[in-house]
Design a protein around this ligand. Sequence first.
Ligand SMILES: Nc1ncnc2c1ncn2[C@@H]1O[C@H](COP(=O)(O)OP(=O)(O)OP(=O)(O)O)[C@@H](O)[C@H]1O
Ligand SMILES: [Mg+2]
Length: 247
Amino acid sequence: MESYTAEDFIKEEKLRNIFNQVFDNQTIEAVHELANKGYIDYLEHIISTGKEAHVYKAVDKAGNPRAVKIYKIETSSFRNMRAYIEGDVRFKRVSSDRRDIVYQWTRKEYKNLEKFTEAAVRVPVPFAFYRNVLVMEFVGNEQAAPTLKEAPFENIEILYRKIVEELAKMVYKAKLVHADLSEYNILNHRNEPVIIDCGQAVLLSHPNAKEFFERDVKNMCNYFRKKGLQKTPEEMKNAIKELKNSV
Ligand SMILES: Nc1ncnc2c1ncn2[C@@H]1O[C@H](COP(=O)(O)OP(=O)(O)OP(=O)(O)O)[C@@H](O)[C@H]1O
Ligand SMILES: [Mg+2]
C-alpha cells in the first residue's frame, strides 16, 4: 500500500507540523483522496483552529481558492453530535463509534450546505467531502472574511432585512433550521452576510427543530439589540413569515 504524508499537500513546515500533531493517518489519506480528484492541490494557511475542527485556506488543482474544514476525531466534543444526527431521517443508523459519528457529521454538513445552496441561501458552496474532510467555497478576498462579531455591518437595518430573508429561505425553501445561528457563524463578506458552520442544521421534521429555530431567532435578536436595533423574536418571526410566498 502506498504511504501518504502531509508533505505532499503542505509545503510549509510549520503548518505541516501542526497538521501532523492534530490529525491521524486516515485524515491524511482523506486529504490525499480529495487531492487525487483535484479538489485540493495544497493547503496554504490555517484560518481557524477550533475545538472541533480546523479550517484551512487551500487551492484546488485549477488554482481556485478553497476552504477545507477538517473535523478532529479525538478531541471533538460532539456537542451533542449524536442528538443532532438522531431524529434526522437522512441518517437512519447512528453509529456509536466516535470516528463514524464524525464522518457522518461531515457528510451532514456537506448535505446541509448543498440544500442551502439549492435554496439560494448564502452559504459557502460545498464541493466535496471525504471522511472528516469538507471542501467548500472560500469566502473572503486574500484573507478569510471576518465574522459579524469581528466586523459589524455599517447599516444594521439592512443587515436585519438580509438575515430575515436568509432565514425565510432556510425555513421555507431549504426546509432546514440552522440551529447554531449567531454573530460567530455569519461572515461579513463585502457587506453581504454569508452563513457558515452548518453541520448541526436539522430538517424541519426533526423533533427539536422548533426549539432550535426559536433559539436562532432569539440569538439574532440579542445581537441586533446589542447593535442598537430593538426587535422582539415575535417581530422577527412575523417578518420571516411575511416572506413565505416570495422567497
Ligand atoms: N468557507 C469559508 N471561507 C472562509 N472562512 C471560513 C469558511 N468556513 C469557515 N471559515 C472560518 O473558520 C472559522 C470556523 O469555522 P466554523 O464556524 O465552520 O467552524 P466551527 O465548527 O465553529 O469550529 P469550532 O467549533 O471547532 O471552533 C470561521 O469563523 C471562519 O473564520
Ligand atoms: Mg463556528
